[in-house]
Design a binder for this molecule. Structure first.
Ligand code: ADP
Length: 413
């Protein structure tokens, strides 16, 4: 049959000897193999194919067609797939030995189809015991992976802790020399060591500002490491929040004047005295004011505000009795709302949460370590308060935080 069907193949071979050799070689392939032209006319079928298709002693062999007699598919659809870029199309076929899978490839140059057949893959049923064994193996593997991951995580955590401790002690070492430098700048600028020319004063002033910035960075870092290592202990005492705010205003007035940014305040008359850690809340306000100044161009405005506020928490302490609720139309303030609003560059919404995370800076070229807001948030949360920002790019930012004033109700005093 191979010899009879091979007319067009012969035209591509260099002679009958070569074709005979090829036929023998293809017969030696231990899988059924068929070659057809585009119309499906079978040009060659090796011995395995003839056997699988029971064609060996069939007198009708000259009229065999791949699509009609073997694959039972429409040639257009098959060529659509192959010419559309598929390397190989697999189709189920029936052979004399049972179900088989035909793997069809296209040779564009002679425009032939080459078909290999192999036994169809069989779904081996898994019995219950095998299944249980497989599930157990998988569970064991997962357990080992989990333990390895946990061990790696704990190692990383320890390395991270050591790094924080190291950086913390490095920052601590910087504190004393910086304090000495700052003292000398103040001394020189006061004029008690001799008169200063205008240029000298200007340079000293700038150096002092840089020194102040370094002191703030070091103190930020020390606070961060203290918070990270759980060493920070808050001192809750009755304090006047108005004093705390005014301290910040006094310290920052000059910096605002130099930057030509208006610094305004709006403090409500009714601000209460309540328990909070004075230096820590002062640091929070300072961080927000510092940021507002840093991100507001010349001629802009920064408004520091504070007022009593009723904060309706989702988990509220025991509700007052019904009669009491009816009589109180307007709820009593239970917190203080502090806000720092600026007319600066603003922050796009996608960063409103992220900026409160460690080491996040929206503009990486700006000075700072991206820790100020992260520390502020932790300190405020340690006071059972909350902080958030309202902002739009180009329309300024308004940072706000709430501090509860009825602290006993939240479990600390
Ligand atoms: P840093 O100490 O580096 O300023 P912060 O944690 O205080 O870090 O702030 C994180 C980032 O949030 C800043 O890098 C800045 O991009 C952005 N940001 C904070 N405050 C303002 C503000 N008032 N206006 C615009 N961007 C701000």
């Amino acid at each position: 049959m191979a010899g009879n069907k091979a007319s067009s193949m012969e035209t591509h071979a260099t002679g009958s000897t070569l074709f005979g050799l090829m036929s023998s070689l293809l017969d030696a392939v231990d899988k059924p193999l068929l070659v057809s032209d585009r119309g499906g006319r079978v040009l060659f079928a090796n011995l395995h194919a003839q056997d699988a298709l029971s064609w060996k002693d069939d007198p009708d062999e000259a009229r065999r067609n791949l699509f009609r007699d073997v694959l039972h598919v429409d040639s257009k659809g098959l060529f659509g797939q192959l010419e559309g870029g598929e390397q190989e199309v697999n189709l189920p076929v029936e052979s004399a030995h049972g179900p088989a899978r035909a793997r069809i490839r296209w040779l564009p140059e002679p425009d032939w189809l080459v078909v290999f057949a192999e036994p169809a893959p069989v779904d081996v049923p898994i019995n219950q015991d095998q299944m249980r064994q497989t599930v157990n193996d998988l569970l064991q593997e997962r357990e080992i992976t989990y333990r390895n991951l946990l061990a790696a995580y704990l190692r990383l955590q320890e390395v991270n802790r050591q790094k924080t401790v190291f950086l913390g002690s490095a920052a601590h070492e910087l504190k004393t020399p910086l304090a000495v430098m700052k003292g000398y700048y103040d001394l020189l600028l006061s004029g008690s060591l001799g008169h200063l020319a205008e240029k000298q004063r200007e340079i000293l002033q700038e150096s002092k500002q840089s020194c102040d910035r370094l002191v703030r960075l070091v103190s930020t870092f020390l606070n961060y490491t203290a918070l990270e290592s759980g060493k920070l202990v808050l001192q809750f005492q009755d304090n006047d929040i108005r004093d705390c705010l005014n301290d910040v205003v006094v310290r920052w007035n000059e910096a605002f004047q130099r930057a030509n940014v208006h610094f305004e305040t709006q403090f409500d008359e009714q601000l209460p005295v309540f328990k909070f850690d004075y230096p820590k809340i002062q640091q929070c306000i300072t961080n927000l004011v510092d940021n507002a100044l840093k991100h507001t161009p010349k001629g802009g405005r920064v408004l520091l505000g504070a007022k009593p506020h009723f904060w309706e928490r989702r988990v509220t302490p025991a509700a007052p009795p019904k009669e009491e609720r009816r009589s109180t139309r307007r709820p009593h303030p239970n917190s203080v709302l502090i806000s720092v609003a600026d007319t600066g560059v603003g922050i796009s919404a996608e960063y409103h949460q992220e900026i409160f995370e460690d080491f996040v800076r929206v503009d990486p070229s700006s000075s700072g370590m991206g820790l100020g807001l992260a520390i502020t948030k932790r300190l405020i949360q340690a006071h059972h308060g909350k902080i958030w920002v309202d902002s739009e790019p180009g329309r300024g930012s308004s940072f706000k935080f709430l501090l509860p004033t009825k602290v006993e109700a939240y479990g600390y005093a």
